[in-house]
Design a binder for this molecule. Structure first.
Ligand SMILES: Nc1nc2c(c(=O)[nH]1)N[C@H]1C(S)=C(S)[C@@H](COP(=O)(O)OP(=O)(O)OC[C@H]3O[C@@H](n4cnc5c(=O)[nH]c(N)nc54)[C@H](O)[C@@H]3O)O[C@H]1N2
Ligand SMILES: Nc1nc2c(c(=O)[nH]1)N[C@H]1C(S)=C(S)[C@@H](COP(=O)(O)OP(=O)(O)OC[C@H]3O[C@@H](n4cnc5c(=O)[nH]c(N)nc54)[C@H](O)[C@@H]3O)O[C@H]1N2
Ligand SMILES: [Mo]
Length: 671
């Protein structure tokens, strides 16, 4: 990203035309980043609460006072019960310095609870780990040479524009694009074919495809013999999914599955752009495993334009030990503080504490995240944050829904104001992020804020006071083959470095599993008492998984991202919010008819966990039985002060402990 600065202000951001994956293009929301950075509501000074919890009334204080208040309270708790302190952070910035470095070291030094950062991608990451050994996949550049692209649980026009550019180029060269998505997304409507399966049924589709590939012998036996493990067992599993059965589960036609499998098996350069939308359900990990087996069955990996990409982040040699320093945990490695799953933060904050859970949570420090808006089962999350005896520190750019509950609200810098380094999960370059402007107001980088609190607590640990530049320089294992020949200085000068990888990195196997093969059968899963083969697990909330619940709440709701928001970031940027208008609910005409709901009506969406309102759009974009509320709205900027997470649940996925945002039954009525 390049920034144009005039008189100390960022006036324009553009893509870097020399950077191969982005080619000078920014997506709709990030192209407004300068507007966000200089927004009149940017937090510019530390503040302390003067009103009731959640009321959002604050008065300015100095940084010294803020550090003293934070340090005194955290010291007192840390001496008594360090695990009562919980950090809460996710993807506000994905920078390795402002995300996971000094903050993690600080909490480790205290012996605080550890956070399982699983709100987004953990099921998919686990699925890939058990199958490929790590988050490995095709290089995004070569999708433009593919002859067939399955865009599976992915809406790149909204969420991954730079891949979409490649897919369009492939289309111009004659490739066929197939969207697999219960919703006719902006992307699905631009593909040659849209397969609108029921949410959470992707594993059944993949197993049905396998059944056909095996029956028709559309297999690469040499690749299977040399580079995979457990073919016979997998074939046994696929035998239980003839296309008729898979079709029944997925709610699509049998012939659709047969045709898809034949097309996939007969196309040499067959690529799958899998994405995280399909793993936010109970069986998300198994579904990723099932789909990840497909290119290893057909040997699609042999061509650089074939294979699969869910995440490429495993190619980057990040030194997470150096960044996070788990060895600072008192008594480590024998002593391992408890782990709090971030998806169950509502339960954690409202738990009284007992032998199983450990001590009651007394303090939460939130940075790079907005849990009151983004975490599931939001009524519980808000009830937790509203506790008078909870000490809450929030590091933020803006007074978000979460910031309203802070005792201390501390202004943080944006990417234009601080130093960082990044890897990517969509491409295979690493990037330096150099500050373009001075901090706005009195804002400080996350790292500097944690150093300030550490100093106020008189913590004597040099790693807490390391400079951002030193942290950045140690973020990667520069001696790894993927980075050979470069270092922090050359990365800083060039802006980005392309990882040194073969064009078709899995053509000769080289998976990172214990066997070095693509593991259809996973001994590691078997050892944990789990199914060693991928299977279809019905969603927790579906007619298959919970018939009684489905009788009361017959509609499946998904709430994937809007094009103009980045999770809950950018919702307060007026130009972007104006484009989205107001919260909508897309509902199929036949579902609307039975409920006397008409296009443009205000509707209430509800289940046992909560409710929200939205403006109905009666449309065939949502398949029958499905409703779609594009997200994630700031509650306080929605007309009824609520958002989609009022109805989502804290249940976790089969693998990885991920969130199940799209495994959610509701009912809808006209207001
Ligand atoms: N504009 C924009 N871009 C973003 C984000 C954003 O909020 N806004 N967020 C960023 C982040 S953090 C992430 S993780 C990614 C997310 O981006 P993606 O990984 O693409 O995931 P989603 O957008 O959640 O969902 C993608 C598609 O999956 C569909 N889907 C939902 N359930 C299922 C299912 O069970 N099966 C199948 N096959 N499809 C399903 C949805 O309808 C949606 O169209 O995007 C990133 N980019
Ligand atoms: N219903 C529903 N809920 C979802 C999802 C969904 O699809 N549907 N998607 C889920 C997914 S995929 C994800 S990744 C999560 C995302 O959840 P979060 O990671 O919480 O993402 P954001 O909502 O973007 O909030 C990030 C906050 O970090 C702040 N921030 C940005 N940069 C910095 C910085 O450098 N320092 C500090 N201190 N703050 C910073 C921003 O101002 C913003 O308020 O939400 C999940 N929630
Ligand atoms: Mo995410």
């Amino acid at each position: 990203m390049r920034v144009t600065v005039e008189n100390g202000r960022a006036v324009k951001v553009t893509g870097d035309p020399d950077h191969p994956p982005t080619q000078g293009v920014l997506c709709a929301k990030v192209s407004r980043y300068a507007e966000r950075v200089h927004h009149q509501q940017r937090l510019t000074t530390p503040m302390k609460r003067v009103g009731r919890k959640g009321e959002g009334r604050f008065e300015p204080i100095s940084w010294d006072e803020a550090f003293k208040l934070a340090g005194a309270r955290l010291s007192e708790i840390a001496q008594r019960a360090p695990e009562s302190i919980v950090p809460y952070s996710y993807a506000g910035t994905m920078g390795l310095v402002q995300g996971d470095s000094i903050a993690q070291r600080f909490f480790h030094k205290l012996g605080a609870s550890r956070l399982d950062r699983t709100i987004c991608a953990a099921a998919g990451a686990a699925g890939l780990k058990y199958t490929y050994g790590a988050s490995l996949g095709m290089l995004t550049e070569f999708f433009e040479e593919s002859e067939l692209i399955l865009i599976w649980g992915s809406n790149p026009i909204a969420s991954n524009l730079h891949f979409w550019t490649r897919a369009q180029e492939a289309k111009r060269r004659g490739a066929r694009l197939v969207a697999i998505d219960p919703y006719r997304s902006l992307t699905a409507e631009k593909c040659h074919q849209h397969i609108a399966l029921k949410p959470g049924t992707d594993a059944a589709l993949a197993l049905g495809m396998m059944h056909v590939l095996i029956r028709e012998n559309l297999l690469d036996r040499d690749y299977i013999n040399a580079h995979t493990l457990g073919f016979d067992e997998l074939a046994g599993r696929a035998a239980a999914y003839p296309p008729a059965r898979a079709a029944e589960i997925c709610g699509i036609g049998e012939q659709v599955i047969i045709d898809l499998a034949l097309l996939y098996g007969r196309t040499k350069k067959a690529a799958i752009r899998l994405n995280y939308g399909m793993q936010r359900v109970r069986g998300g990990g198994n579904a990723v495993r099932a789909i990840a087996c497909l290119p290893s069955l057909t040997g699609a990996w042999r061509d650089r334009a074939g294979g699969l990409l869910l995440s490429s982040s495993g190619w980057a040699p990040v030194d997470s030990h150096a960044l996070e320093r788990p060895d600072l945990i008192p008594g480590w490695p024998q002593k391992q503080p408890r782990i709090v799953n971030m998806n169950a933060i509502g339960d954690a904050l409202t738990h009284p504490g007992d032998a199983g859970f450990g001590p009651k949570v007394e303090a939460i420090v939130v940075y790079n995240s907005n849990p009151v808006a983004v975490a599931p089962d939001s009524e519980k999350v808000a009830a937790g944050f509203a506790r008078d005896d909870l000490f809450t520190i929030v590091l933020e750019h803006f007074q978000t829904d979460t910031a309203d509950y802070a005792d201390l609200l501390l202004p943080a810098t944006t990417q234009l104001e601080h130093l960082d380094v990044h890897k990517s999960y969509g491409h295979t370059h690493v990037m330096a992020n150099l500050p373009a402007i001075a901090p706005v107001g009195d804002a400080r980088p996350n790292t500097e804020i944690f150093r300030g609190i550490a100093r106020a607590m008189a913590l004597e640990e040099p790693a807490l006071y390391e400079s951002d530049e030193a942290v950045a320089a140690g973020a990667f294992r520069w001696d790894d083959a993927a980075l050979k020949g470069s270092g922090w200085e050359s990365l800083k000068t060039a802006g980005w470095v392309k990882l040194n990888l073969p064009d078709a990195p899995l053509a000769e196997g080289a998976f990172r599993t214990p066997s070095g093969k693509c593991e259809f059968f996973s001994a590691r899963l078997a050892q944990q008492g789990l199914d060693p083969l991928p299977d279809y697990l019905p969603p927790y909330e579906s007619a298959d998984g919970a018939p009684e619940l489905a009788a009361r709440f017959p509609l499946a709701m998904i709430s994937p991202p809007s094009r103009n928001f980045l999770n809950s970031t950018f919702v307060n940027v007026e130009s972007l919010r104006a484009t989205e208008g107001e919260p909508h609910l897309d509902i199929h005409p036949s579902d609307a008819l039975g409920r006397d709901v008409h296009d443009g009506d205000l509707v209430r969406i509800f289940n046992d966990r909560g409710s929200m309102q939205a403006r109905a759009r009666v449309t065939e974009r949502a398949r029958e039985g499905l409703v779609v509320g594009l997200s994630i709205w700031w509650k306080k900027l929605a007309p009824d002060g609520r958002n989609a997470n009022q109805v989502t649940s804290q249940a976790l996925t089969d693998l990885g402990g991920s969130a199940t945002f799209y495994d959610c039954l509701v009912e809808v009525e006209r207001v």
